[in-house]
Design a protein around this ligand. Structure first.
Ligand SMILES: Cc1cc2nc3c(=O)[nH]c(=O)nc-3n(C[C@H](O)[C@H](O)[C@H](O)COP(=O)(O)OP(=O)(O)OC[C@H]3O[C@@H](n4cnc5c(N)ncnc54)[C@H](O)[C@@H]3O)c2cc1C
Length: 427
């Protein structure tokens, strides 16, 4: 962090009276653009977004599977996911755009998990009491709706596949209104919506330092040498967040690991029926139909071999590993033996920023005055983004707005204890 004496060409003036911006947001991905839009739509604060990439959705957001579902272990996170889902489902109303790019396709989400009846009932009640439409479906009902599926709930040990013996589950949780949005389109829309509200958004310019005066953050230095002074800086730099926090000397409490996640896209016959989004408890992978309906998108099983930590988010292998492709196809075959494959298989990789302690994000003020964090979203940042933006904006401005979540704004505070999860990145 550059201290007072290092400030260089622009002099720093008093807070609130002369900083060029009230808030500078570092990163214009789905989180940063949601934060900026949410602040601007509820206040007259001057907000700037700075992003080193040439345009929106080049980071984690561009690779996102963009599933919106609400089953979480913590009730407040259920409500946060639900209010965000309502925003995605009413995207024109939420963004104020007449003709947004993103829309919402409702597939429903089936959780094929090994749960006792009482555990399943508790999951169902948690959804229902927090406003989410859900059902418990018996095995016969699931197979009537989606006869292509197999309902094995026995975890698969990929190191010893020969030993796997299927054990069929009897009841399953189904989220009726789960679906998908368009990740890149939603990011572009939020940038447009933010601009409409007066936010200045600058792509193609990276932040290379966080400026401070008397231990308080007062702005950022850009890679072109310019300085932007602001009362607050929000770190929404996705997998690059640790670099920004290191610049500011902030956030040493949580381990946030950029992690390569592998996606497989398999063509399938257009005549196949419409599968639900399927969360596969045998592998902790998940599957969904790609938007056009001509492909099925498979998130690889959640095993360490396929989730590679990376220290450099600018350089990672974007093609999936052959072994991962084969294993993921086998896992899908196990879950949906009735789906006939057709055509080619492709894939891509993107980065989760996994919070190693509890898979939940860190959102709110950091221990360095003036620096706010919206980091470590693991596999949840897309579905939570509208609500996360609202939480940050509500805290900063004190104002509420339509689609705000019914949650405490310190839910994901830096100094919180780890939150409950159901294990793994599903949280
Ligand atoms: C394969 C995959 C599947 C996923 N599936 C889902 C899903 O189904 N549902 C869900 O909810 N979530 C999902 N996620 C997670 C979700 O996509 C992420 O949590 C979310 O996109 C994170 O958004 P972000 O804005 O924090 O990060 P990013 O989109 O990475 O944006 C960060 C931005 O910061 C910019 N930046 C970085 N450093 C600097 C700097 N120094 N100066 C200026 N700008 C900088 C970058 O250029 C980038 O544009 C998935 C993620 C992946 C990778």
């Amino acid at each position: 962090m550059a201290a007072d004496g290092d400030l260089g060409k622009t002099s720093v003036m008093n807070r609130r009276s002369s900083a060029a911006f009230d808030v500078v947001v570092i990163g214009g991905g789905i989180i940063g653009s949601a934060v900026a839009y949410q602040i601007a739509r509820r206040s007259d604060m001057k907000v700037m977004v700075v992003d080193k990439a040439d345009g929106p959705a080049t980071g984690s957001t561009g690779a996102s599977v963009a599933i919106s579902r609400c089953r979480y272990t913590v009730p407040e996170v259920v409500r946060l996911a639900y209010c965000s889902q309502l925003a995605y489902r009413s995207w024109g109303d939420f963004t104020g755009l007449d003709d947004p790019i993103s829309d919402y396709t409702q597939f429903g989400a089936l959780w094929v998990f090994d749960r006792t009846q009482s555990e399943l009932k508790a999951e169902y009640e948690r959804l229902r009491t927090n406003g989410v439409s859900a059902e418990i479906l018996g095995r016969a009902e699931v197979l009537k709706r989606w006869p292509e599926l197999d309902l094995c709930v026995e975890p698969i040990d990929f190191g010893d596949l020969e030993q796997h013996r299927c054990r069929q589950g009897s009841s399953f949780l189904f989220e009726n209104e789960a679906g998908i949005a368009d990740p890149a389109g939603a990011n572009v829309d939020l940038v447009a919506a933010a601009r409409t509200q007066g936010v200045e958004v600058m792509f193609g310019t990276g932040v290379v330092d966080v400026l401070a005066k008397r231990d308080r953050v007062i702005g950022v230095r850009l890679d072109n040498g310019d300085e932007i002074h602001s009362d607050l800086v929000v770190n929404a730099a996705g997998p690059w967040c640790n670099r920004i926090n290191e610049m500011a000397g902030a956030q040493k409490r949580w381990t946030l690991t950029p992690t390569r996640i592998q996606l497989i896209l398999r063509e399938w016959s257009a005549s196949d029926s419409r599968l639900p989004i399927t969360f596969d408890g045998s592998t902790d992978g998940c599957y969904r139909i790609e938007r056009g309906g001509s492909q099925i998108l498979l998130v690889s099983p959640e095993i360490p071999e396929f989730m590679e930590p990376t220290s450099d988010p600018d350089h990672f292998e974007v093609n999936p590993d052959r072994n991962c492709v084969e294993t993921t196809l086998a896992a899908f075959q196990h879950r949906a033996p009735g789906v006939k494959h057709a055509g080619t298989t492709t894939g891509l990789c993107g980065l989760y920023t996994i919070n190693e302690q509890d898979s939940h994000p860190i959102v709110g003020p950091s221990e360095v005055e003036g620096l706010w964090l919206a980091n470590g979203f693991s596999g949840h940042g897309f579905k939570l983004a509208p609500g996360i933006g609202a939480m940050v904006a509500r805290s900063i401005t004190g104002n509420t707005a339509p689609f705000d979540p019914d949650t405490n704004d310190d839910l994901f505070a830096l100094d919180r204890a780890p939150l409950a999860t159901s294990g793994g990145v599903f949280a």
